[in-house]
Write a protein that binds this ligand. Structure first.
Ligand SMILES: CO[C@@H]1O[C@H](CNc2nc3cc4c(=O)[nH]c(N)nc4cc3[nH]2)[C@H]2OC(C)(C)O[C@@H]12
Length: 378
């Protein structure tokens, strides 16, 4: 496989395909993102319970930050005065930032959306804030983001088709305004976000209109909001043929290990999800043998590690009995070790997919991976 090095501009290369699955890399000044890629979520300038060095060592090339959280605390202008998000959190690789619209609608109180943006009150201290497409891009620039997301409106499903269409068209207008505000930034990218809910015609219209804007990458939004996996997969299948093969596809907020396998199979290149980190904090371990709830009493005297074959110390060097004890005791180390294990498992899964696609055995890899989850624990 051709090795990849950072490049002065933003470039995406597909090295191999297997069916619709692709593997390659995004190269940019701050580093190389091997695809398919999973981005650990670093919402408030930290991947919760992890040191940035650990996140890098377990194989993550890029992390996600959130405009909504960082504009409220510590503040976009303050972050710029402090040298930007990379310096602040000691992450020197690429960072992708979400634009804030989704988080405003899912986290803030008293929000009002209009044609020019969204007005809302902070969930932290109740202060009033205004976010327009231009302000969202300005904030992402102040943070120093390498891949900036357009401001969009994500409608919660189920919703009437008229509401879905209205939000999709607003998001298209905001995509144009974000592209204008972003301008030309050679080593960086602004991605559009395909909306359209669960209405195929609206999904296609959204994708085609965004492709006409000739953006550097395309996200599929409006999913992973509680809809059945079959609906999510159907929307990927609907949108994928209308997205250019030579640009990255990013499925926002996804997902479980099974979601990742099925979405990569359908041509998705990038993912982010709070699942591995959030589950780790709640005592849940993702492993090759499936998901294990360490709170369960059956682990109380189990001296085996989570996975003796793992390169991750959290998976290899600690007994399930100890992890059970930490979780039952609400010890901070329990959250740390299970977060570490989960992120390492997710990165191992992505690395396994990349190799399998290169070797033309993706479907076999997927089947073997699922079989490993089914094999009931001894
Ligand atoms: C497993 O954690 C829950 O699953 C949701 C992740 N699902 C998700 N879908 C998304 C869609 C969009 C979008 O359309 N546009 C923009 N800009 N960003 C988005 C971000 C998204 N993340 C989390 O969101 C809640 C709060 C529902 O719980 C988490």
């Amino acid at each position: 496989m051709t090795d990849h090095h950072p490049t002065p501009d933003f470039r995406f290369r597909v090295d191999a395909t297997d069916g619709q699955a692709r593997t390659g890399a995004i190269t940019m000044p701050r580093g190389v993102v091997r695809t398919p890629a999973f981005m650990p979520v670093g919402t408030a300038a930290t991947v919760k319970a992890m040191y940035a060095d650990q996140v890098r060592e377990l194989g993550a090339d890029i992390v996600l930050g959130n405009t909504y959280h960082l504009m409220l605390r510590p503040g976009a202008e303050r972050m710029a005065r402090l040298g930007g998000l990379h310096h602040f959190m000691r992450w020197d690789g690429p960072i992708l930032t979400d634009s804030g619209g989704f988080q405003v609608m899912s986290l803030s109180a008293l929000r009002k959306l209009d044609a020019d943006g969204v007005t809302f009150r902070s969930h932290i201290d109740g202060t009033a804030h205004r976010m327009s497409p231009e302000r969202s891009i300005e904030i992402q620039g102040l943070l120093g983001s390498d891949i900036q997301m357009q401001l969009d409106e994500c409608v919660r499903l189920p919703a009437p088709p008229e509401a879905i269409e209205k939000a999709m068209r607003l998001s298209l207008r905001w995509a144009e305004r974000c592209r204008t505000a972003f301008g030309e930034q050679p080593g960086k990218a602004m991605f559009g976000i395909v909306q359209g809910g669960d209405v195929p015609d609206l999904r296609v219209a959204s994708a085609r209109a965004l492709v006409d804007l000739d953006l550097k990458g395309y996200a599929i939004g409006g999913l992973a909001v509680g809809e059945p996996q079959a609906v999510m997969l159907a929307m990927i299948e609907t949108v994928e043929p209308h997205l250019p093969a030579h640009k990255p596809r990013y499925l926002m907020g996804v997902g479980t290990p099974d979601d990742l396998l099925r979405s990569v199979e359908r041509g998705v290149d990038m993912f982010d999800c709070v699942m591995p980190t959030r589950a780790g904090r709640h005592g849940l371990a993702y492993t090759r043998h499936g998901r294990i709830n360490l709170r369960n009493a059956r682990h109380a005297e189990d001296t085996r590690p989570l996975d003796e074959a793992s390169a991750c110390p959290a998976a290899r060097d600690y007994s399930r009995a100890y992890l059970h004890h930490l979780v039952r005791s609400d010890e901070i180390l329990g959250m740390m070790l299970l977060t570490w294990n989960n992120l390492a498992y997710y990165q191992d899964l992505m690395a396994g997919m990349r190799a399998a696609i290169r070797e033309g055995r993706f479907l076999t890899f997927a089947a073997e991976t699922r079989a490993g989850w089914e094999r009931a624990e001894a």
